[in-house]
Design a protein around this ligand. Structure first.
Ligand SMILES: NC(=O)c1ccc[n+]([C@@H]2O[C@H](COP(=O)([O-])OP(=O)(O)OC[C@H]3O[C@@H](n4cnc5c(N)ncnc54)[C@H](OP(=O)(O)O)[C@@H]3O)[C@@H](O)[C@H]2O)c1
Length: 255
């Protein structure tokens, strides 16, 4: 097959310099996908990309702060100039709002006393940032024969789980920032999926589980690789795959 007729799959993962995003990038690279490591710190993005290349993958750093429109626009321009299209977008970048504090200890998110500026900052990254990046990358995704968008949500987004006083989520502190931001993200996922269904673009939300990363001060019990598996499954769906869904590695997550 000639160079021109081979379609090289290109995936952009936001927040891929560490944690679950980085593990997803590693797994996609191992499948032969060219991975673009979105990172707001160019140095740490380049370090992660270099490590993936050293392991035999095709990886390139892309400077991208999801809350900074200028970097989002510039990233789309660079990807267009260098690769011409995008097959997979994983909106993984996210913040808890409480720093490296596990959800059980995020007292600063209790609704009646929360600092509204913190809520705004969390929504800026976890929700508005996803809209900014998705809309900037959609023209490139439309050039793919099988575009896939994966939004990294959380079990904490599930209103069904959160509202069950007997369920495991009743043990978590109530949150006015992180959990509602992820509920908004799953809601947004459905709206994008409905708009893009006719164009063959599959859009799904995923819950990686409780993963050992900086975001929870390494209290999670899954490895980043285990957490990333569901991101990669949804990023590599066949044409008959679902859209407008919400999945963990175990199957559908209740809304
Ligand atoms: N760990 C869990 O148990 C768990 C559970 C459910 C869902 N999640 C979700 O999984 C995703 C990844 O989290 P993680 O646990 O892997 O956390 P992590 O290790 O803290 O990684 C988060 C990544 O997002 C990046 N990021 C944050 N704000 C950004 C911005 N404005 N622009 C670009 N990148 C930004 C971080 O970059 P810097 O290195 O520059 O900060 C980092 O690369 C998040 O959406 C999180 O909410 C995690």
């Amino acid at each position: 097959m000639s160079e021109q007729t081979t379609h090289q799959k290109i995936a952009l993962v936001t927040g891929a310099n560490k944690g679950i995003g980085r593990a997803a990038a590693e797994q996609l690279a191992a499948l032969g996908t060219t991975v673009l490591i979105g990172a707001r710190d160019p140095r740490r993005g380049e370090e992660a990309a270099a490590e993936l290349r050293a392991a035999g993958g095709d990886a390139h750093a892309v400077t991208l702060d999801v809350t900074d429109q200028a970097t989002v626009r510039e990233a789309a321009k660079q990807i267009e100039a260098r690769f011409g299209h995008l097959d997979v977008l994983i909106n993984n970048a996210g913040i808890s709002g409480s720093g490296q504090v596990s959800p059980q200890d995020a007292y600063d998110q209790i609704p009646s006393t929360v600092d509204l500026d913190m809520v705004r900052a969390v929504f800026e990254t976890n929700v508005f940032g996803v809209i900014a990046v998705t809309n900037a990358m959609l023209p490139l995704l439309r050039r793919s024969p099988a575009p896939r968008i994966v939004n990294v949500s959380s079990h904490a987004a599930s209103l069904t789980l959160a509202s069950d006083p007997e369920g495991p989520f009743a043990l978590l502190l109530p949150s006015a920032a992180y959990s509602p931001s992820k509920s908004a993200l799953t809601a947004l996922t459905v709206q994008y999926a409905n708009e893009l269904r006719k164009d063959g673009i599959l859009v799904n939300a995923v819950a990686p589980g409780y993963v050992d990363t900086d975001s929870n001060n390494h209290t999670g019990f899954l490895t980043p690789a285990q957490g990333a598996a569901v991101l990669v499954s949804l990023a590599t769906l066949g044409a008959d795959g679902p859209t407008a869904g919400f999945f963990s590695e175990e199957g559908p997550v209740p809304w």
